[in-house]
Structures are given as structure tokens and as C-alpha cells.
Write a protein that binds this ligand. Sequence first.
Ligand SMILES: CC(C)(COP(=O)(O)OP(=O)(O)OC[C@H]1O[C@@H](n2cnc3c(N)ncnc32)[C@H](O)[C@@H]1OP(=O)(O)O)[C@@H](O)C(=O)NCCC(=O)NCCS
Length: 172
Amino acid sequence: MDDPGACRRFKATIEVLVRPCLERDLPALEWMGLYTRQRDIIREAFNAQERGDALLLLGVSAGFPVGQVWIDFARKRAEGIAYLWAVRTFYPLQGSGIGRHMMDAAEAALRERGIVRAELGVERDNDSALRFYEKLGWRVVGPLQERFSYRSDGSEAAIEHLDQWLMAKPIL
Ligand SMILES: CC(C)(COP(=O)(O)OP(=O)(O)OC[C@H]1O[C@@H](n2cnc3c(N)ncnc32)[C@H](O)[C@@H]1OP(=O)(O)O)[C@@H](O)C(=O)NCCC(=O)NCCS
């Protein structure tokens, strides 16, 4: 107990249900303001799921999405590749196994659809995520540069340049 005044330490367990995103989950996907600026992106991804072009897998605990993995089927459909993104675990719960379960569930969903290869992009300076993916059998296959802009409800358009590694994994 390093923090001054701390008087007790204990571990808590939570139950997490993995399921596709429902429309009613959308506000909670903003994670209490962290992703509010990406509201339009979240809505657009949900619309893609409604069209059958995506699957937004959520790990839900007490109604709150504590883990996420989104799968884009459209981006590389011609090559038979599914593209994963928005892989994230709610901050206080990182390191407790949620990410591994979410990635496992995503792979199972791909297998069910007969998809044999998955890819994702990880920012080059995100060593922690890189190690996480490598531990789960993903390998870097090359560089990936991306640029995207987004705007939410009257806010100024934000432009992000992403300098990433492209990672891939065969789905067996
Ligand atoms: C990366 C992230 C999704 C991992 O999710 P998580 O729930 O924390 O991961 P888990 O607890 O399920 O860990 C799964 C395995 O990866 C390992 N792992 C996780 N983070 C690691 C790290 N920084 N270094 C080394 N191994 C790591 C764990 O030890 C565990 O291995 P084990 O099952 O053999 O013990 C999560 O840390 C996160 O949301 N990070 C911020 C957002 C982000 O960077 N997303 C990736 C964008 S590309």
C-alpha cells in the first residue's frame, strides 16, 4: 500500500458478458467523456454493424462496456481479411484478462464466419499493446500509415495521423 492514507487492499472480481453492441450501449461507449469526441465514429461503426459490415463486440459488466473489440468486415472484404480496431479495456480493469477474452471471442466470431485471416493496426509507440498482441499470437507484417478526421456534434474537426504497425494473425 504505497498511497498515503491507504488502509486496506483487496481484489474484486466482476462478471463480464460478451455480446454485440446494442443501440442502447452507444452513450456508454463514450466512456464517461473519454471518447465523446468520437461519437460520430461510434455511431458510424454501429450503423456498419446494422448493415452486416461490422461486429462491435462488447464485454459488458453491470450494463457497462468494460471491454471492446470492433471488427470491420468491409475494409478488406475482397482479400477475405477481417480488420480489428477499437481494442480497449476500461482503464482500471486493464491487466485482469478482459482483453484476452475479448480477442478470443473476436477470433471465434471470425471462425464462425469462415474468415481465415485478421489484421489490425497498432501505433508504433504503443509498446504495451504490441506486447499484448504478440502474446496472443499476432505478428507485425509491415508499416501502416493512416489519416482520419472526425467531428462530433458541432465540435471542430480533428485530424489524426496514425503511424502504425500492421499486425496479422491466421485464424485457425
Ligand atoms: C492493450 C489492452 C487492450 C490489453 O487489454 P487487457 O485487458 O489489459 O489485457 P489482458 O489483461 O487480457 O492481458 C492479456 C495478456 O496480455 C498480456 N499483456 C497485457 N498487457 C501487456 C503488456 N503491457 N506487456 C506485456 N504483456 C501484456 C497479459 O500479461 C496477459 O497475458 P497472460 O494471459 O499470459 O497473463 C489494454 O491494455 C488497453 O485497453 N490499452 C489501452 C488501449 C490500447 O492501447 N488499445 C490497443 C490499440 S491498438
